[in-house]
Write a protein that binds this ligand. Structure first.
Ligand code: G3P
Ligand code: MG
Length: 241
């Protein structure tokens, strides 16, 4: 369970790490929010964080169904048409994606220490390429990448599919889930990691209701606050600047 002090008892040792992408490594959730606000305004409705919490982390079509059903606009706009409509706007925004604070330092540290790391994102290939086009060198440090349109990902988060697929693709084959630490920002992602039997550090947006924190093993305000030795991982040699 989450511990407000940030310390983690009885966890680890961790040997492998899986990173979520949107809202965790990249500041891209704001783009989805912006576009969804624009679309809902047309129906005189507003987008709020209780709806955001239900959509974030999911595969595009799964999130789209939640969007049109929860807002009551499904008679006017199908999930498929919603995806078509938001696509042009997202394609303009994604190439500007920025790295979240602390993400580069943590990825580079774990890679330098020989800890196998990978990415597991609900994003499909086309969006992944747009979002990471300015960050290729950093993402190349991932041993592998599992995307939302991967054939092994039958169902999006909170299904464990994506994290189990990611665990299988490390060097030497399937890694014991108990030795894997997942970093996530979304309620669906935290639940997917727990459903896969893994430990999870949540770095939620401050606007997300704190009741969603309870499922995580550790909750941090920023990746800058992560202390690798809490999890039996090699410590940073110099404090964050
Ligand atoms: O948070 P991610 O990286 O799994 O991405 C999921 C969607 O693309 C955005 O919520
Ligand atoms: Mg995310």
């Amino acid at each position: 369970m989450a511990n407000p002090s940030g310390s983690v008892s009885g966890k680890g040792p961790i040997t492998h790490v899986i990173f979520d992408m949107d809202g965790l490594l990249l500041d891209t959730e704001k783009y989805y929010t912006e576009v969804q606000e624009i679309i809902l305004a047309r129906y005189n409705k507003s987008f709020d964080w209780s709806l955001k919490a239900k959509m974030m982390g999911k595969k595009a079509i799964e999130a789209a169904r939640v969007f049109v059903e929860e807002t009551g606009i499904s008679d006017s706009l199908t999930a498929e048409d919603f995806l078509v409509e938001r696509e042009a706007m997202l394609q303009k925004l994604f190439p500007s994606s920025e790295i979240m604070p602390g993400a580069s330092r943590l990825i580079r540290h774990l890679h330098a220490k020989g800890i196998p790391i990978c990415l597991a994102t609900g994003s499909h290939r086309r969006h992944f390429e747009l979002k990471t086009q300015r960050h290729g060198e950093l993402f190349s440090l991932m041993h592998h990448v599992v995307l939302g349109d991967d054939p092994d990902v039958k169902q999006g988060k909170p299904s464990p599919d994506i994290f189990l697929a990611a665990a299988k693709r490390f060097e030497g084959g399937s890694v014991d889930p108990h030795k894997i630490l997942v970093f996530e920002d979304a309620p669906s992602g935290v639940n997917a990691a727990k459903n896969a039997g893994m430990s999870v550090v949540m770095v939620p947006d401050p606007r997300l209701d704190s009741s969603f924190h309870d499922a995580a093993d550790q909750v941090l305000s920023s990746l800058l606050d992560f202390s690798p030795n809490d999890w039996g991982l090699p410590p940073y040699e110099v404090p964050a600047s």
